[in-house]
Design a protein around this ligand. Structure first.
Ligand SMILES: NC(=O)c1ccc[n+]([C@@H]2O[C@H](COP(=O)([O-])OP(=O)(O)OC[C@H]3O[C@@H](n4cnc5c(N)ncnc54)[C@H](OP(=O)(O)O)[C@@H]3O)[C@@H](O)[C@H]2O)c1
Length: 279
């Protein structure tokens, strides 16, 4: 029997940690990339162009599915992957969605979740909260250059999750069958507002880092100026509004329950990645 694991987004924040986790357990991993492969374990698959799907899923037993950021109707990207997984006889699919995606039946991610649930495949859906890693990816420039986290987010708290905890949960769900056909909201153990985040980053870096509130319109202009497509920039400002309204505060025990250990703390993340914010 085939024992192949396919990881979509294998070079990404979550995907790269998942590949590492699976390899550490002796698993064979096929790494999907939209670029020309440079290693024998990579396979070219472009979810936007819908190219390479059949070959990527051939002989796959377990698959991790996600949609790359930047494109709002994620169901258009994910549903063909789900259909291909079924056609290829994949035995288990783990789909990465996002916390809050199930708030309404017609959000793009919820449509993809429902397609997976109805597919007949063995499945798990994981809905992570905002990643800790956003502070050294999305929001890094303002922190490095001006010591400011510029966000229209008020004093609401978020139970940020370390992307490596998401990957560890995904690995457990892919390889085990203790939690079949369920969805999990994934969060860190503590909810912090952006003043508290800034205080931790200041402590770890020795710099004076602060949260600076900006209007949503200024955020939108900043994202457009950084080259994001307008629909995606508008989507990000909209979901930052949900954060500001308190929807990101909730904590769950899913990481602990599924991996058997507590989620990584924000302080530990900040200590490990401190070089990212030191100029
Ligand atoms: N950031 C957050 O706070 C947060 C919270 C909840 C949910 N999420 C969800 O997490 C996902 C992003 O995960 P991430 O941060 O781990 O990703 P990421 O680091 O942004 O990486 C994106 C990945 O997608 C691949 N990719 C890009 N274009 C592609 C295409 N056309 N076809 C196939 N693959 C393509 C890239 O690899 P190549 O360049 O090699 O193709 C890369 O591995 C999004 O779906 C988002 O909704 C994020």
């Amino acid at each position: 029997m085939s024992n192949q694991n396919l990881v979509i987004g294998a070079s990404g924040t979550v995907g790269s940690a998942l590949v590492q986790n699976l390899r550490a357990r002796g698993q064979t991993v096929r790494l999907a990339t939209s670029r020309a492969p440079t290693q024998p374990d990579q396979v070219q698959l472009d979810v936007l162009q819908r190219q390479g799907l059949a070959a990527a899923f051939q002989g796959v037993q377990r698959a991790f599915l996600m949609a790359p950021p930047g494109y709002v109707p994620q169901d258009h990207l994910l549903v063909p992957l789900i259909e291909q997984a079924r056609a290829a006889g994949v035995q288990k699919v783990v789909l990465m969605s996002a916390m809050g995606a199930d708030a309404a039946p017609d959000t793009p991610l919820r449509k993809a979740e429902l397609a997976l649930e109805a597919s007949g495949l063995a499945w798990n859906t994981i809905r992570p909260n905002w990643f800790m890693q956003n502070f050294h990816t999305f929001w890094v420039q303002g922190i490095r250059e001006q010591g400011r986290i510029f966000l229209p987010i008020g004093s609401a708290r978020g139970s940020f999750i370390d992307a490596r905890d998401i990957a560890d949960v995904a690995a457990e769900l892919l390889l085990g069958d203790a939690h079949g056909d369920q969805a999990f909201d994934l969060t860190g153990a503590e909810a912090l507002n952006h003043d508290e985040v800034a205080a931790i980053l200041s402590r770890e870096t020795g710099r004076d880092i602060r949260h600076q509130e900006i209007p949503p319109e200024a955020m939108l202009q900043g994202l457009l100026g950084a080259g994001l497509p307008a629909p995606y920039a508008e989507f990000l400002v909209m979901i930052l509004g949900y954060f500001a309204a308190g929807y990101a505060e909730r904590r769950t025990d899913a990481v602990q329950r599924i991996t058997g250990r507590a989620p990584r703390s924000f302080a530990a993340y900040a200590r490990e990645f401190r070089a990212q914010w030191v100029v």
